[in-house]
Design a protein around this ligand. Structure first.
Ligand SMILES: Cc1cc2nc3c(=O)[nH]c(=O)nc-3n(C[C@H](O)[C@H](O)[C@H](O)COP(=O)(O)OP(=O)(O)OC[C@H]3O[C@@H](n4cnc5c(N)ncnc54)[C@H](O)[C@@H]3O)c2cc1C
Length: 482
């Protein structure tokens, strides 16, 4: 373990996370007389709203995930560090981060935690083996492999029932991500892949968007939800509502209807976009505060100034914070970061009075979701609109928020190729993208079991766990894909 120098001359700000919240915070401290350390477990800043386009071959991962270090290259008061933060000590004001076998402790004067959220399977974590979520670049590349891999696997089989299963795609969760992904799988099948196979007809692919709720895009209201549903149905997507997933396995999924009856959908490719859960760092921080708690999703119920009780310079922002009327969206994270950094800059000028801070106020700039090329739905204040105008607004806004001129340029080129033509530039898939996550999980369980056996040999106490599959021959890892 190494310890950072104990007493730097300047105020030390530690930021956890390089997403919308963390990156915005670092940028807004550009002129601050402070030493900033930004710690994140990935080397990139991820533009999550376009992950579904990486998963469906429209964009490359580089276009939506530029290196954080290069984005902040010219900002001399920031040091970017790769590592997984696994401990925060509020009493001693330190953050501990791990990379491979080394641990580093970073002291702070102000702390901004923007560690985001992860996929939630509502207590059924084993669903993840067969129905990955879409939160990271790894997820998107694995899904691309599974989606395109399913068409390939269908072409290679003669049995009609199995071919049908391989050509059935189920997206669980009819929020913006589910709607966008289902629409893109349908377009991939009907436009890009049409004519590329000799045995199967990709147009026969069945794309199902399924949700336990009674409507598509519930937060956007009935009118826009229906608009999106109609457009999806025109594209051939089957929208199944009031349908709750009760089981997911290699062969398919089990669905419970509102009346309690259960049915099966045999499908090879399943995607989970049904729920989110806050990063565990939220609970860790709340537990050390003077009474701050977390909500059901694990988000920190922060004070009106986005801090935790008893720690006026520990800010929790973005998807990790729970603030009434603030959705888990990019704007919530960006505005939270701007608010927190303003307080830090005021404190550096001796102008901050934590007891009398103006509370954080969220400005709702609206929300939107694309359904297909040239069609989106949008809500800005009381205005609701759909179709081409909404799609144009979506396009301009996403380009505006993408980081880097080069990325904007290559994204425009990629969109021109796939929206005006039928091609997609990122159709590469590899076996490792599909199987690596499961293989790594199995390796972890194998290592854990080996450790227990070693401890048993040392202590003489009985061993409790054995690995469920062997990484050595890889067979069980392969069973579940694509
Ligand atoms: C598929 C998808 C589509 C979306 N579409 C939209 C949209 O269209 N519009 C919209 O406004 N919002 C959208 N969102 C939501 C939006 O992306 C989030 O609200 C936003 O990213 C939250 O920002 P954040 O900084 O709080 O967290 P994130 O952006 O999630 O960043 C979290 C950061 O913390 C790091 N981290 C996590 N744990 C640790 C740890 N222990 N140690 C070190 N680093 C850690 C991560 O590596 C990451 O850098 C979408 C989200 C997803 C997943």
């Amino acid at each position: 373990m190494s310890i950072e120098p104990a007493a730097p001359r300047r105020h030390r700000v530690v930021i956890v996370g390089s997403g919308f919240g963390g990156l915005t915070a670092a940028k807004h401290l550009r002129k601050a007389d402070a030493d900033i350390t930004l710690i994140a477990r990935t080397t990139h800043h991820l533009f999550q709203p376009l992950l579904y386009q990486v998963a469906t071959g429209v964009l490359s991962e580089g276009e939506i995930a530029p290196a954080t270090r290069l984005i902040l290259e010219d900002q001399e008061n920031v040091r970017v560090v790769l590592g997984e933060v696994d401990a925060v000590d509020l009493a001693n004001r330190t953050v501990t981060s791990k990379l491979m076998n080394s641990e580093t402790v970073y002291p702070y004067d102000s702390l901004i935690v923007a560690a985001g959220a992860q996929q939630s399977y509502f207590g059924n974590d084993h669903f993840a083996t067969f129905a990955p979520g879409m939160k990271t670049i790894d997820d998107a590349l694995e899904l691309r492999g599974r989606i395109i891999g399913a068409f390939e696997a269908a072409e290679a089989i003669d049995d009609p029932a199995e071919r049908k299963r391989r050509l059935t795609f189920v997206v669980v969760g009819a929020g913006p991500t589910g709607v966008e992904l289902a629409g893109q799988i349908a377009e991939l099948a009907d436009r890009t892949l049409a004519g590329a196979f000799r045995t199967i007809d990709p147009n026969n692919a069945r794309v199902i968007l399924l949700d336990a709720a009674p409507a598509v895009l519930p937060p956007m209201g009935e009118n826009l939800g229906l608009k999106a549903q109609r457009r999806l149905e025109e594209m051939g997507v089957e929208v199944q509502l009031n349908a709750m997933v009760t089981d997911v396995d290699y062969q398919g999924i089990t669905v419970k209807e509102k009346d309690g009856t259960e049915r099966r959908i045999e499908c090879a490719c399943k995607v989970w976009s049904a729920g989110v859960q806050a990063n565990p760092l939220g609970k860790l921080i709340a537990e050390q505060s003077d009474g701050t708690t977390t909500d059901r999703a694990g988000r920190v119920i922060v004070e009106p100034d986005l801090t935790v009780k008893g720690h006026p310079y520990v800010f929790v922002i973005g998807d990790l914070m729970s603030v009434p009327e603030v959705p888990g969206m990019a704007q919530g994270a960006i505005q939270g970061a701007v608010y927190a950094t303003k307080r830090i800059k005021e404190s550096l000028r001796g102008e901050d009075d934590p007891a009398n801070r103006k509370p954080f106020k969220y400005l709702n700039k609206g929300s939107m979701a694309t359904v297909s090329r040239f069609s989106a739905v949008a809500q800005v204040g009381k205005f609701e609109f759909g179709g081409f105008i909404a799609w144009l607004a979506w396009l301009v806004l996403h380009l505006y928020y993408l980081v880097g001129q080069k990325n904007r340029l290559t994204t425009v080129m990629a969109w021109t190729l796939s929206f005006l033509g039928k091609g997609r530039g990122q159709m590469t898939i590899t076996e490792r993208w599909i199987y690596a996550r499961q293989a790594m999980q199995q390796l972890e369980s194998y290592e854990a079991a080996a450790k227990e056996r070693f401890e048993e040999a040392e202590t003489g106490h009985p061993n409790r766990a054995t690995p469920t599959g062997s990484i050595v021959d890889g067979t069980s890892a392969r069973l579940s894909a694509p």
